[in-house]
Design a binder for this molecule. Structure first.
Ligand SMILES: [Zn+2]
Length: 535
């Protein structure tokens, strides 16, 4: 609760504007056309009028004379309000992909054009005479056992790679964009610096941690070199063993049952889902507020969240992502704070926390309970950590691109993936360019790569303090709300994590997880053959 009446009035207005902002985002995502009886025009009018009023009132608050708590709330409102867009579809800009080729385009417009490439091209890759989207293509790389067909899926990405990075010439669209991103970061700071600060370290130490994780994988994955189109397949046997038990229509029931077992009833929370593909829709899965929880006449009116995704297929890889998105849902619905702080925690914390429940999908006990079948532990762990180390590889890639933006990205990606992931060099292909974040939010990948370190920390600590939760625990949601999630944007991640763990964040728990993997003994391959594990 605010200490000052003056702040209280502004904060009430802030809550109204903040809701109008995310309701407009919901309408513009295409999920619905009216909300609470008001259409887009009605919400827009409401938003414009009240936002202008809010800006005026925030500005006219005196610079001193408030309690510490109110002062921080005012700062939070000012900062969060800057990010309000008043609608517009997330990850689906009005820009055109073809504009990415224009050399005169300024950084923000260039970035939008590259995101448009993911929507225009990534949502309709040509494969076997038909069209598939990027998420399906990545899933097919795990599941397609015919080597020639698998290679064809991989090469379906070529038009996207070309749109993003041309022929990797020094002034390719991506190379011009990353130079702009590095220049902007020099002025305003980068996601990488933010993430480093969130764990109480500097970017150089973050880089050492990322390298340690990659090294642990390098040691646990044998010496045989593998083609990039075979990497996900070789690591993805668990996905293949379980794929048939996770048809597209089973994704939601499984997801909802798991969260019910964790004490979070997503249906009762009123979470909105928009999970089918649609032309022009955002090319990736994401979660956002629809309305923000707050006290109304002494009763908590809960946060409503929405999940957007373009799912054409089922499978374990997709299910893991859906459980991740709903990790975001429970994170924001668990916030209990004054309106100024009912907002996202840091990007690093949000991405790391979403994987706390999601990683369970790769534990055999989880699979037995929710799928009725399980893959052997070693195969499940390899599937999970192959995805994690790819995120770590992208994190290291971006960290180094930001440090030296004139670096040849294909050469850098080849160096990282050939040394740590034993992937055959293909510097002629920009095959790193499959993540929307690389264009939309340069530097953001660190929140997944470094985030994995926080995920492992949180999973370990919860298991020790509360007990194992891979097959559910009805106390889980309430306990995490109380100990970790209720603060929203109030607490910085470093303080939050140090109080939760009782010590600073360390890469050790993730390294221990990767060490659960036993080295692969190379095998000759061929249809039906299985990798052999053992030392
Ligand atoms: Zn996420």
């Amino acid at each position: 609760m605010p200490d000052s009446k003056k702040v209280s009035a502004v904060e009430y207005l802030y809550a109204e504007v903040s809701d109008a902002n995310t309701i407009l985002g919901t309408i513009d995502s295409g999920l619905l056309s009216t909300y609470q009886g008001k259409d887009r025009a009605g919400w827009q009018q409401f938003y414009r009028k009240n936002r202008a009023q809010l800006a005026k009132e925030l500005e006219s608050l005196p610079a001193s004379g408030f309690s510490d708590e109110d002062t921080r709330a005012i700062a939070a409102m000012r900062k969060q309000m800057k990010a309000f867009t008043g609608g517009g579809a997330l990850f689906s800009p009005a820009a055109k992909c073809q504009d990415a080729a224009r050399k005169d385009l300024a950084y923000p417009a260039l970035k939008s054009a590259l995101v448009a490439c993911f929507v225009e091209i990534g949502n309709s890759l040509s494969f076997e005479g038909g069209k598939i989207n990027r998420v399906s293509a990545l899933d097919l790389l795990h599941e397609t056992s015919d080597p020639a067909r698998r290679k064809a899926v991989f090469f379906a990405f070529v038009p996207l790679w070309k749109a993003i990075n041309g022929n990797n010439e020094p002034d390719s669209p991506y190379r011009r964009m990353i130079a702009g991103a590095a220049a902007a970061a020099a002025r305003n700071g980068s996601e990488i610096e933010n993430a480093a600060r969130d764990v109480g370290q500097n970017p150089a130490e973050v880089e050492r941690w990322l390298v340690q994780i990659l090294d642990a994988w390098r040691e646990a994955s044998g010496n045989a070199m593998i083609e990039p189109w075979d990497f996900r397949f070789q690591a993805g046997e668990a996905d293949r063993l379980l794929g048939s038990y996770i048809p597209r229509e089973a994704l939601q029931p499984i997801n909802q049952r798991y969260y019910r077992d964790l004490g979070a009833d997503l249906q009762q929370m009123g979470t909105l889902y928009d999970l089918s593909p649609r032309p022009g829709k955002a090319a990736l899965a994401y979660t956002e507020f629809v309305t923000h929880g707050r006290m109304v006449n002494g009763v908590w009116k809960p946060t409503v969240a929405r999940v957007s995704a373009p799912y054409e297929r089922g499978g374990l890889f997709v299910l893991n992502e859906l459980v991740h998105e709903n990790g975001h849902v429970v994170n924001i619905t668990a916030i209990r704070n004054r309106p100024a702080f009912v907002d996202w925690p840091s990007d690093l914390f949000a991405e790391a926390f979403a994987d706390v429940p999601a990683w369970s999908t790769y534990e055999p006990v989880w699979q037995r309970r929710y799928l009725g079948h399980e893959a052997p532990e070693q195969l499940s762990l390899r599937a999970l950590y192959s995805v994690v180390v790819l995120d770590v590889a992208w994190s290291l890639f971006e960290l180094r691109m930001f440090r030296a933006p004139h670096t040849d990205p294909n050469a850098l990606w080849t160096e990282i993936t050939s040394h740590y992931l034993h992937i055959v060099p293909h510097p002629e292909l920009s095959w790193w360019a499959v993540r929307v974040q690389l264009a939309d939010l340069p530097g953001y990948m660190v929140n997944y790569g470094l985030g994995a370190i926080l995920t492992a920390e949180m999973r370990q600590h919860i298991s020790e303090a509360l007990g194992a939760f891979d097959t559910g625990d009805p106390r889980w949601y309430g306990w995490l709300s109380e100990h970790l999630l209720r603060y929203g944007s109030e607490r910085d991640t470093r303080t939050l994590m140090e109080e939760f763990l009782g010590r600073p964040v360390s890469p050790r728990p993730l390294l221990e997880q990767i060490h659960r993997l036993q080295p692969v003994v190379p095998h000759t391959g061929g249809p039906g053959s299985r990798p052999v594990f053992g030392r």
